[in-house]
Design a protein around this ligand. Structure first.
Ligand code: TXA
Ligand code: MG
Length: 356
């Protein structure tokens, strides 16, 4: 397994090798500002099939095509509407993916048979340089086994995908840590299919009205028709059973935790507030019996840490991981979208009648 270390700077000699391997349809793991991607030449259908195989990805879940310029973007799609153009100008390059009508040259294996294609222009020096040098768009989903948390650093990805790719490029820990916001314009109004760093409020400021897909915080039933195939599949889930604690009331929180603590459990939550504080204040001494792992203090920190932390805790043989929820506002919507899936919609919610 080759690991190229470009944390400090891009190695030009290795860049030439990587670019030509991509063009030839080999798989490369590379960083973006959101999460790492596992990618290859988006114009080669056969090569793109290898991505599905390496990840164990369901064949009906389409890939994102990464471009480095507006010129390259326009070669991949047809008929950009005015509103789509506005979105492109406002949010690309960045943690933003737009679903557009696909051009003939994008193979159906990339789009899983759909007539639309997901396009993203990453704002990460390494990703930009690789696409530029290769001279072709790169089809790449997140670098992780299908169903697992997305890879945000090379150490987490190596064991899972290392043997299946030509090389892994180490660009350090990714800046954002959650995948891009996926948007499709439906009947002239942008609709968020997957929330991310670019929030509904950000889009509203540029465009006006924006819709959020109803499945963002809801489970999709098997027979349901959805706008984005990825919504249907198991996602972001460790092997260990996880449960989401979506409760504000301190008393109820403690009561619910009381029901769980006989098991070998751990907690993931804010550093000094919320769950940890209520555990300490109530002097239940759970922190000696169980373990507490902080995912940070701000939504930005949580977004950066959560996938890597889940992978770490998953290796520790707990019976249950209890995760503290956040308010589903701003970046919090993206975090809750991922946590609900991490917990496979196993949630303890605030009860209507709070006993005091
Ligand atoms: O930040 C990101 O978006 C990362 C980095 C590597 O760019 N990529 C990523 O890819 O998260 P992936 O494959 O894990 O997620 C792509 C999502 C899936 O939910 C997929 O269903 C959706 O985008 N998607 C792709 N093409 C689509 C299409 N034509 N219509 C609707 N949804 C689509
Ligand atoms: Mg993914």
């Amino acid at each position: 397994m080759k690991v190229f270390n470009w944390k400090e700077s891009i190695n030009e000699k290795e860049l030439n090798i990587v670019a030509s391997k991509i063009k030839d349809g080999e798989l490369i793991v590379f960083p973006t500002e959101t999460v790492y991607g596992i990618g290859t030449n988006a114009l080669e259908g056969e090569a793109c099939n290898k991505i599905f195989k390496a990840k164990g990805r369901p064949s009906d879940n389409p890939l994102i095509v990464h471009v480095c310029s507006l010129k390259m973007l326009k070669k991949c799609v047809n008929n950009i509407s005015q509103i789509e153009e506005k979105l492109i100008n406002a949010f690309m390059p960045g943690p933003f993916t737009l679903i557009l009508e696909k051009a003939e040259k994008i193979p159906l294996s990339v789009t899983a048979g759909l007539k639309t294609v997901a396009i993203r222009m990453p704002n990460n020096e390494i990703a930009k340089k690789i696409i530029e040098k290769a001279g072709v768009p790169i089809a790449a989903p997140s670098a992780n086994e299908s169903g697992k948390p997305s890879g945000t650093n090379i150490e987490d990805i190596k064991d899972e995908l290392g043997e299946k790719v030509f090389a892994l490029i180490d660009g350090g820990r990714t800046e954002i840590g959650l995948e891009s916001t996926v948007v499709k314009v439906v009947n002239g109004i942008p609709k968020i299919l997957r929330p991310g760093k670019i929030t509904a409020e950000d889009i509203e400021k540029v465009i006006g009205k924006v819709n959020i897909d109803e499945h963002v915080l809801e489970k999709v039933e098997i027979e349901e028709k959805v706008e984005s195939p990825g919504m249907k599949h198991r996602h972001y889930a460790p092997k260990t059973k996880c449960i989401l604690l979506d409760i504000d009331d301190e008393n109820q929180k403690i009561k619910e935790i009381n029901k769980l603590v006989n098991q070998n459990i751990c907690f993931i939550g804010f550093t000094e507030t919320g769950l940890k504080l209520s555990l300490l204040e109530n002097k239940l001494n759970y922190l000696t019996k169980t373990d507490f792992y902080s995912y940070g203090d701000t939504l930005e920190e949580i977004s950066q840490n959560i996938f890597s932390l889940l992978r770490k805790v998953d290796k520790m043989n707990y019976e249950l991981i209890v995760i503290e929820g956040v308010k589903p506002e701003g970046l919090g919507l993206a975090i809750m979208n991922r946590l609900l899936r991490t917990c496979e919609f196993n949630v303890i919610r605030q009860s209507e009648n709070i006993e005091k």
